[in-house]
Design a protein around this ligand. Structure first.
Ligand code: MZP
Length: 499
């Protein structure tokens, strides 16, 4: 006979947090959202942590290199989508790792033989008023000079005047040497009252440009998630089919952490993939998705560095309708957390849990953390922002962004849903949709994190581990759900509400 669960499968909306005593020092400014990304032994620190508990979903419509830079800047991590050719995924990872906060690869370059006309044309095309002059006209060529607006006078200089006659030559330039830190570069910028500092290597080849205005912007991101070389931390999705080719390419591109992206991770294919990666590479790997203790322990014993929880709860997901498998996200999380905590108790190894999918309201994130998740993965949430890779359109007079599931015909990510046998998507498990456009990632995340911190203060918690230990959570009855929103009043329009 089949096993029957006595408890129904529940979602976040069915729960609420009950406040604990808020001590006077428990203010949002004192709350830390730092959280482990990969497993660690009791008493040790995880090798990778997040500064905020946010990961963007392994989806074509969400996580490319632009999203990865924007999210790492704010302290979270993106997992670049794996449903693309290996070379292209590796290239996206490489772009994130090459992106140095405040150090930009020069995008407007000419040679000394080019003319003032070329300068004006390039300036018009790119909008850049500072141009690098290199031996071969490339971004990494030997730096021979810089051209800025004050080096020429359009009214006096002939358009065919060669750059060599009016550029500021290398001998007169203030420059930084390879390896200089951003704050040292900034000191030079201030000391010499310049707006742009070129950085060169030992052979005088141009590495980067540092701009005064970028440094100011950089200072506004105190939570940046950086590696030891000051590059942004980035993750990437893999599957259990082509991992022997995909993983070496991603590791070569500098990926920090991998995740096996699958709608059902409780499989021998995941075990084989994890074991292959562990045996051949020194890179962290998460696995999933699972929704129960058995699935969790199977992946942990296979060597997973973190485990992703959730089947069928994603906003674009129709797996439950199509196949009748899945579980309410809250129920999954509660059971897996119990298994994780027991495992920690017995072995001294803490395995972070990622709650993936089904976050609709900001408070769901706090609930997920209180229920034991160490971080959440979101698709819909991030798809709404400027930084997501999809088109912004106007539909019925409202701005929207495109958002489609990995199991939709549009993404054709059959590896994520494959259960062995013949390849190909025989039926869809996801939809193609729009989400309301919401503006910039940064502004939205500031609002969301301030809500999380505020709720944590209500719960008397200054850290996520404390919230996980001390939160008190209640189920809400169907009737009291009504009481949760505004009710029995006639609402006026308010610019202050909304997620
Ligand atoms: P959400 O944050 O949009 O609710 O959910 C995002 C999650 O849904 C992803 O991280 C992934 O686990 C899952 N997903 C992605 N595509 C599909 C699909 O096409 C899907 N069914 O379920």
């Amino acid at each position: 006979m089949a096993k029957y669960y006595t408890e129904p499968s529940r979602t976040f909306t069915e729960y609420l947090l009950i406040p604990n005593l808020s001590t006077k020092d428990c203010t949002p400014d004192n709350v830390s959202l730092k959280t482990p990304l990969v497993k660690f032994k009791r008493g040790e620190n995880p090798e990778l942590s997040l500064n905020i508990p946010f990961a963007s979903a392994v989806m074509q419509a969400v996580s490319d290199h632009h999203m990865a830079v924007a999210l790492a800047r704010s302290g979270g991590i993106s997992f670049i989508f794996g449903s693309q050719p290996i070379k292209e995924e590796a290239e996206m990872v490489r772009k994130v790792k090459a992106y140095k906060a405040g150090f930009v690869i020069s995008r407007s370059n000419l040679t000394p033989e080019h003319t003032l006309k070329d300068v004006l044309e390039l300036k018009e095309k790119t909008g850049h008023s500072t141009l690098a002059v290199t031996g071969d006209g490339t971004a990494k060529g030997k730096l021979l000079g810089i051209v800025k607006g004050s080096d020429y006078r359009i009214s006096r200089d002939a358009l065919d005047k060669p750059i060599s006659q009016f550029m500021t030559p290398f001998a007169s330039l203030i420059y930084g040497k390879q390896g200089i830190t951003l704050s040292e570069a900034n000191d030079l910028i201030w000391e010499h009252k310049i707006n742009c500092l070129p950085i060169v290597d030992e052979e005088q080849n141009l590495e980067y440009l540092v701009f005064r205005k970028d440094y100011e912007a950089h200072k506004e991101y105190p939570n940046e998630l950086l590696d030891a070389n000051k590059s942004y931390i980035v993750g990437a999705g893999i599957n259990t089919k082509d991992y022997k080719e995909r993983v070496p390419a991603l590791v070569d591109a500098g990926v920090d952490v991998l995740v096996i992206d699958s709608s059902d991770g409780y499989s021998e294919w995941q075990r084989e993939t994890i074991q292959y990666v562990k045996a051949n590479f020194n890179v962290k790997i998460g696995a999933g998705n699972v929704v129960d203790r058995e699935g969790f322990l199977y992946l942990v014993e296979s060597g997973a560095d973190f485990v992703k929880i959730g089947i069928g709860g994603g906003s674009i997901c129709i797996t439950r309708e199509q196949k009748g498998i899945g579980r309410g996200q809250a129920s999954s999380l509660i059971e897996v957390t119990e298994a994780r905590d027991e495992y920690y108790e017995q072995t001294g190894i803490y395995v972070p849990i990622c709650s993936d999918g089904g976050i609709v309201h900001d408070y769901h994130i706090t609930l997920a953390l209180a229920m034991g998740a160490d971080f959440v993965m979101m698709g819909r949430y991030f798809a709404r922002f400027d930084e997501s890779p999809t088109r912004k359109l106007k539909v019925n007079n409202n701005f929207v962004k495109e958002f489609w599931g990995e199991g939709s015909n549009r993404a054709r990510n059959w590896e994520r849903y494959d259960s062995g046998g013949k390849s190909g998507l025989l039926f869809e498990e996801g939809v193609d949709s729009y989400v309301p456009y919401a503006g910039s990632l940064r502004e939205n995340m500031e609002k969301t994190t301030s809500k999380i911190k505020s709720t944590m203060c209500n719960c008397g918690s200054k850290t996520i581990p404390q919230l996980q230990r001390e939160a008190r959570i209640t189920i809400v009855s169907a009737t009291s759900l009504v009481e949760g929103g505004a009710h029995d009043v006639i609402l006026k329009e308010s610019g202050l509400s909304g997620e």
